[in-house]
Design a binder for this molecule. Structure first.
Ligand SMILES: [Zn+2]
Length: 312
Protein backbone atom coordinates (compact mmCIF):
# COMPACT_ATOMS: atom_id res chain seq x y z
CA UNK A 1 0.00 0.00 0.00
CA UNK A 2 2.56 2.55 1.11
CA UNK A 3 5.52 0.76 -0.35
CA UNK A 4 5.99 2.86 -3.44
CA UNK A 5 6.51 6.49 -2.51
CA UNK A 6 7.81 7.71 -5.86
CA UNK A 7 4.47 8.05 -7.72
CA UNK A 8 3.23 10.38 -4.98
CA UNK A 9 6.30 12.57 -5.29
CA UNK A 10 5.98 12.61 -9.05
CA UNK A 11 2.34 13.65 -8.78
CA UNK A 12 3.28 16.44 -6.41
CA UNK A 13 5.92 17.65 -8.81
CA UNK A 14 3.46 17.61 -11.67
CA UNK A 15 1.01 19.56 -9.56
CA UNK A 16 3.62 22.18 -8.77
CA UNK A 17 4.49 22.41 -12.42
CA UNK A 18 0.89 23.01 -13.51
CA UNK A 19 0.20 25.67 -10.92
CA UNK A 20 3.49 27.46 -11.21
CA UNK A 21 3.53 27.18 -15.00
CA UNK A 22 0.91 29.92 -15.17
CA UNK A 23 3.29 32.49 -13.78
CA UNK A 24 6.19 33.42 -16.03
CA UNK A 25 8.51 34.59 -13.28
CA UNK A 26 8.63 31.04 -11.84
CA UNK A 27 10.14 29.57 -14.98
CA UNK A 28 13.57 29.10 -13.46
CA UNK A 29 12.42 27.01 -10.49
CA UNK A 30 10.33 24.87 -12.84
CA UNK A 31 13.31 24.10 -15.02
CA UNK A 32 15.34 23.32 -11.96
CA UNK A 33 12.57 20.96 -10.77
CA UNK A 34 12.41 19.16 -14.12
CA UNK A 35 16.16 18.75 -14.10
CA UNK A 36 15.98 17.26 -10.60
CA UNK A 37 13.30 14.78 -11.63
CA UNK A 38 15.32 13.63 -14.59
CA UNK A 39 18.56 13.04 -12.68
CA UNK A 40 17.08 11.52 -9.51
CA UNK A 41 16.33 8.02 -10.87
CA UNK A 42 19.79 7.80 -12.40
CA UNK A 43 21.70 8.71 -9.25
CA UNK A 44 19.53 6.39 -7.13
CA UNK A 45 19.74 3.55 -9.63
CA UNK A 46 23.47 2.92 -9.49
CA UNK A 47 24.22 2.47 -5.77
CA UNK A 48 21.21 0.20 -5.10
CA UNK A 49 22.91 -2.55 -7.08
CA UNK A 50 25.99 -2.33 -4.90
CA UNK A 51 24.04 -3.42 -1.81
CA UNK A 52 22.64 -6.86 -2.51
CA UNK A 53 20.43 -8.42 0.15
CA UNK A 54 19.09 -11.97 0.26
CA UNK A 55 16.43 -12.97 2.78
CA UNK A 56 15.78 -16.61 3.64
CA UNK A 57 13.19 -18.09 4.04
CA UNK A 58 11.12 -15.73 1.89
CA UNK A 59 7.90 -16.72 3.66
CA UNK A 60 8.83 -17.48 7.28
CA UNK A 61 6.38 -18.48 9.98
CA UNK A 62 6.58 -17.95 13.73
CA UNK A 63 9.50 -19.86 15.21
CA UNK A 64 11.65 -19.62 12.08
CA UNK A 65 15.11 -18.09 11.96
CA UNK A 66 15.32 -15.53 9.16
CA UNK A 67 18.74 -15.16 7.58
CA UNK A 68 19.69 -11.85 5.96
CA UNK A 69 22.77 -12.10 3.74
CA UNK A 70 24.31 -8.89 2.45
CA UNK A 71 26.84 -8.53 -0.36
CA UNK A 72 28.71 -5.27 -0.63
CA UNK A 73 30.40 -4.34 -3.89
CA UNK A 74 32.84 -1.97 -2.27
CA UNK A 75 36.09 -3.72 -1.28
CA UNK A 76 37.15 -0.59 0.65
CA UNK A 77 34.14 -0.77 2.92
CA UNK A 78 35.20 -0.46 6.56
CA UNK A 79 31.98 -0.59 8.54
CA UNK A 80 29.76 -3.63 8.94
CA UNK A 81 26.28 -3.10 7.52
CA UNK A 82 23.41 -2.90 9.99
CA UNK A 83 20.14 -4.85 9.98
CA UNK A 84 16.95 -3.96 11.78
CA UNK A 85 13.51 -5.53 11.73
CA UNK A 86 10.60 -3.69 13.28
CA UNK A 87 12.01 -1.98 16.38
CA UNK A 88 15.03 -4.22 16.87
CA UNK A 89 18.56 -4.12 15.50
CA UNK A 90 20.47 -7.36 15.02
CA UNK A 91 24.19 -8.14 15.06
CA UNK A 92 25.82 -8.54 11.66
CA UNK A 93 28.88 -10.74 11.06
CA UNK A 94 31.21 -10.95 8.08
CA UNK A 95 31.03 -14.54 6.80
CA UNK A 96 33.21 -14.07 3.69
CA UNK A 97 35.05 -11.10 2.20
CA UNK A 98 32.39 -8.39 1.63
CA UNK A 99 29.65 -10.88 2.57
CA UNK A 100 27.71 -10.31 5.79
CA UNK A 101 24.90 -12.09 7.59
CA UNK A 102 22.40 -11.30 10.33
CA UNK A 103 19.85 -13.63 11.93
CA UNK A 104 16.37 -12.45 12.85
CA UNK A 105 14.75 -14.84 15.35
CA UNK A 106 10.95 -15.17 15.48
CA UNK A 107 8.90 -16.73 18.30
CA UNK A 108 5.27 -17.69 19.06
CA UNK A 109 5.02 -14.65 21.37
CA UNK A 110 5.14 -12.09 18.61
CA UNK A 111 2.35 -10.91 16.34
CA UNK A 112 2.48 -12.33 12.82
CA UNK A 113 2.27 -9.90 9.92
CA UNK A 114 4.31 -7.66 7.68
CA UNK A 115 7.21 -5.51 8.80
CA UNK A 116 10.25 -4.09 7.09
CA UNK A 117 13.81 -5.32 7.16
CA UNK A 118 16.03 -2.26 6.98
CA UNK A 119 19.58 -2.82 5.78
CA UNK A 120 22.14 -0.06 5.69
CA UNK A 121 25.67 -0.45 4.45
CA UNK A 122 28.26 1.38 2.42
CA UNK A 123 26.27 4.61 2.70
CA UNK A 124 23.08 3.08 1.32
CA UNK A 125 19.80 1.96 2.83
CA UNK A 126 17.56 -0.78 1.53
CA UNK A 127 14.14 -1.69 2.90
CA UNK A 128 12.57 -5.06 2.22
CA UNK A 129 9.08 -6.10 3.31
CA UNK A 130 8.92 -9.36 5.28
CA UNK A 131 5.67 -11.01 6.29
CA UNK A 132 5.92 -13.54 9.13
CA UNK A 133 3.04 -16.01 8.84
CA UNK A 134 1.22 -17.37 11.86
CA UNK A 135 1.53 -20.99 12.91
CA UNK A 136 -0.79 -23.12 15.01
CA UNK A 137 1.06 -24.45 18.05
CA UNK A 138 -0.31 -27.37 20.08
CA UNK A 139 -1.87 -26.54 23.44
CA UNK A 140 -1.41 -28.37 26.75
CA UNK A 141 -3.74 -28.06 29.73
CA UNK A 142 -1.94 -28.37 33.05
CA UNK A 143 -3.72 -28.67 36.39
CA UNK A 144 -1.69 -27.59 39.40
CA UNK A 145 -2.71 -28.35 42.97
CA UNK A 146 -3.39 -25.22 45.04
CA UNK A 147 -0.18 -23.67 46.32
CA UNK A 148 1.97 -25.50 43.78
CA UNK A 149 3.71 -23.17 41.35
CA UNK A 150 5.33 -24.11 38.05
CA UNK A 151 8.33 -21.88 38.69
CA UNK A 152 10.62 -22.68 41.57
CA UNK A 153 13.78 -21.51 39.85
CA UNK A 154 16.57 -19.98 41.92
CA UNK A 155 17.83 -16.50 41.07
CA UNK A 156 21.24 -18.07 40.56
CA UNK A 157 20.10 -20.39 37.75
CA UNK A 158 17.98 -17.66 36.14
CA UNK A 159 20.95 -15.25 36.11
CA UNK A 160 23.35 -17.80 34.71
CA UNK A 161 20.90 -18.97 32.02
CA UNK A 162 20.16 -15.35 31.01
CA UNK A 163 23.87 -14.48 30.78
CA UNK A 164 24.46 -17.58 28.68
CA UNK A 165 21.66 -16.77 26.22
CA UNK A 166 23.03 -13.23 25.77
CA UNK A 167 26.45 -14.42 24.55
CA UNK A 168 27.61 -12.88 21.26
CA UNK A 169 30.86 -14.44 20.04
CA UNK A 170 32.31 -13.03 16.80
CA UNK A 171 33.65 -16.44 15.73
CA UNK A 172 31.41 -18.98 13.99
CA UNK A 173 31.97 -22.51 15.30
CA UNK A 174 29.16 -24.48 13.65
CA UNK A 175 29.30 -25.87 10.15
CA UNK A 176 26.45 -27.35 8.15
CA UNK A 177 23.23 -28.87 9.46
CA UNK A 178 22.75 -29.52 13.18
CA UNK A 179 22.64 -33.14 14.36
CA UNK A 180 20.01 -34.60 16.65
CA UNK A 181 21.44 -34.50 20.18
CA UNK A 182 19.79 -37.77 21.28
CA UNK A 183 18.45 -40.91 19.59
CA UNK A 184 15.07 -40.86 21.37
CA UNK A 185 11.90 -39.80 19.56
CA UNK A 186 10.76 -36.19 19.88
CA UNK A 187 8.05 -36.18 22.57
CA UNK A 188 7.27 -32.45 22.69
CA UNK A 189 7.83 -30.12 19.76
CA UNK A 190 8.83 -26.46 19.85
CA UNK A 191 6.30 -23.76 20.60
CA UNK A 192 3.65 -25.70 22.57
CA UNK A 193 1.45 -23.27 24.53
CA UNK A 194 -0.11 -23.92 27.95
CA UNK A 195 -3.14 -23.32 30.09
CA UNK A 196 -2.58 -23.57 33.84
CA UNK A 197 -5.83 -24.42 35.66
CA UNK A 198 -7.79 -23.13 32.67
CA UNK A 199 -5.86 -19.86 32.41
CA UNK A 200 -3.76 -19.21 29.29
CA UNK A 201 -0.09 -18.63 30.14
CA UNK A 202 0.72 -15.62 27.95
CA UNK A 203 4.47 -15.68 28.35
CA UNK A 204 4.91 -19.45 28.11
CA UNK A 205 5.86 -21.51 25.09
CA UNK A 206 7.95 -24.67 24.93
CA UNK A 207 11.39 -23.23 24.23
CA UNK A 208 12.93 -26.21 22.48
CA UNK A 209 12.54 -29.88 21.61
CA UNK A 210 12.07 -32.77 24.06
CA UNK A 211 13.65 -36.12 23.24
CA UNK A 212 12.22 -39.15 25.03
CA UNK A 213 15.62 -40.83 25.31
CA UNK A 214 16.12 -43.54 27.92
CA UNK A 215 17.75 -42.58 31.22
CA UNK A 216 21.51 -42.68 30.75
CA UNK A 217 21.39 -42.50 26.93
CA UNK A 218 23.94 -40.35 25.15
CA UNK A 219 23.54 -36.62 24.64
CA UNK A 220 25.83 -35.23 21.92
CA UNK A 221 26.63 -31.74 20.69
CA UNK A 222 24.38 -31.00 17.67
CA UNK A 223 27.11 -28.75 16.27
CA UNK A 224 30.59 -27.59 17.19
CA UNK A 225 31.06 -24.93 19.83
CA UNK A 226 32.50 -23.89 23.15
CA UNK A 227 31.01 -25.11 26.43
CA UNK A 228 29.97 -21.82 28.01
CA UNK A 229 27.66 -23.07 30.76
CA UNK A 230 27.75 -26.00 33.15
CA UNK A 231 25.22 -25.88 35.99
CA UNK A 232 24.26 -28.54 38.51
CA UNK A 233 21.36 -29.16 40.87
CA UNK A 234 23.86 -28.91 43.73
CA UNK A 235 24.74 -25.35 42.64
CA UNK A 236 21.08 -24.29 42.53
CA UNK A 237 19.87 -25.35 39.08
CA UNK A 238 16.57 -26.43 40.68
CA UNK A 239 14.35 -26.15 37.57
CA UNK A 240 16.88 -26.65 34.74
CA UNK A 241 18.50 -29.59 36.50
CA UNK A 242 22.03 -30.53 35.46
CA UNK A 243 22.67 -28.31 32.48
CA UNK A 244 25.16 -27.88 29.64
CA UNK A 245 25.23 -24.82 27.37
CA UNK A 246 27.17 -24.70 24.10
CA UNK A 247 28.08 -21.45 22.37
CA UNK A 248 28.05 -22.11 18.60
CA UNK A 249 29.19 -18.54 17.95
CA UNK A 250 27.67 -15.40 16.38
CA UNK A 251 24.69 -15.32 18.75
CA UNK A 252 23.68 -18.99 18.34
CA UNK A 253 23.63 -21.09 21.56
CA UNK A 254 22.26 -24.51 22.61
CA UNK A 255 21.13 -25.48 26.11
CA UNK A 256 20.59 -29.05 27.37
CA UNK A 257 18.52 -29.66 30.50
CA UNK A 258 17.67 -32.41 33.03
CA UNK A 259 20.93 -34.35 32.42
CA UNK A 260 21.94 -37.18 34.73
CA UNK A 261 25.67 -36.92 33.98
CA UNK A 262 27.81 -34.14 32.51
CA UNK A 263 30.90 -35.07 30.47
CA UNK A 264 32.30 -31.61 29.71
CA UNK A 265 33.50 -28.55 31.59
CA UNK A 266 33.25 -24.85 30.88
CA UNK A 267 35.81 -23.70 28.30
CA UNK A 268 35.94 -27.05 26.47
CA UNK A 269 35.62 -27.00 22.70
CA UNK A 270 33.33 -29.73 21.39
CA UNK A 271 32.85 -31.14 17.90
CA UNK A 272 29.50 -32.00 16.32
CA UNK A 273 28.48 -35.44 17.64
CA UNK A 274 30.77 -35.33 20.68
CA UNK A 275 29.39 -36.75 23.95
CA UNK A 276 28.49 -33.97 26.41
CA UNK A 277 26.32 -35.85 28.94
CA UNK A 278 23.53 -38.35 29.48
CA UNK A 279 19.73 -38.16 29.65
CA UNK A 280 18.27 -37.80 33.13
CA UNK A 281 15.32 -36.36 35.00
CA UNK A 282 17.03 -33.77 37.19
CA UNK A 283 15.35 -30.43 37.94
CA UNK A 284 11.67 -29.81 37.14
CA UNK A 285 11.14 -32.96 35.11
CA UNK A 286 8.47 -35.66 35.41
CA UNK A 287 10.53 -38.40 33.75
CA UNK A 288 13.77 -39.01 31.88
CA UNK A 289 14.01 -36.84 28.77
CA UNK A 290 16.35 -34.38 27.10
CA UNK A 291 15.29 -30.80 26.59
CA UNK A 292 17.27 -29.04 23.84
CA UNK A 293 16.75 -25.31 23.49
CA UNK A 294 18.32 -23.42 20.57
CA UNK A 295 18.61 -19.64 20.95
CA UNK A 296 19.43 -17.06 18.29
CA UNK A 297 20.26 -13.54 19.50
CA UNK A 298 18.66 -14.37 22.84
CA UNK A 299 15.40 -15.76 21.46
CA UNK A 300 14.27 -19.38 21.46
CA UNK A 301 13.66 -20.47 17.87
CA UNK A 302 12.56 -23.83 16.40
CA UNK A 303 15.63 -26.12 16.27
CA UNK A 304 13.95 -28.31 13.60
CA UNK A 305 14.87 -25.90 10.79
CA UNK A 306 18.54 -25.95 11.88
CA UNK A 307 18.53 -29.76 11.47
CA UNK A 308 17.00 -29.72 7.99
CA UNK A 309 18.94 -26.90 6.36
CA UNK A 310 22.35 -25.26 6.57
CA UNK A 311 22.57 -21.77 8.01
CA UNK A 312 25.76 -20.25 6.63
ZN1 LIG B 1 11.26 -29.38 27.15
Amino acid sequence: MNTDVNPINNQKNKFNFDVRGVKKNHLLPINFLIGLCATLPVTLGLPVEALQVEVNPKNPRLGDTVSVVINLDNPDNINNPSVSFGEKTYPVFEIAPNKYRAFIPTTPLEKPGARKIRVSGDGQVKELPLAVATRKFPVQRITLRPGKSADGATQYELNRAAAFKAIQTPQKYWNGKFLRPNNGRISTIYGVRRYYNGKFANGYFHRGLDYAGAAGSRVVAPAAGKVALVGTVAQGFRVHGNTVGIDHGQGVVSIFLHLSRINVKEGDFVKAGQLIGTVGSTGASTGPHLHWGLYVNGQSIDPMTWKSKTFE
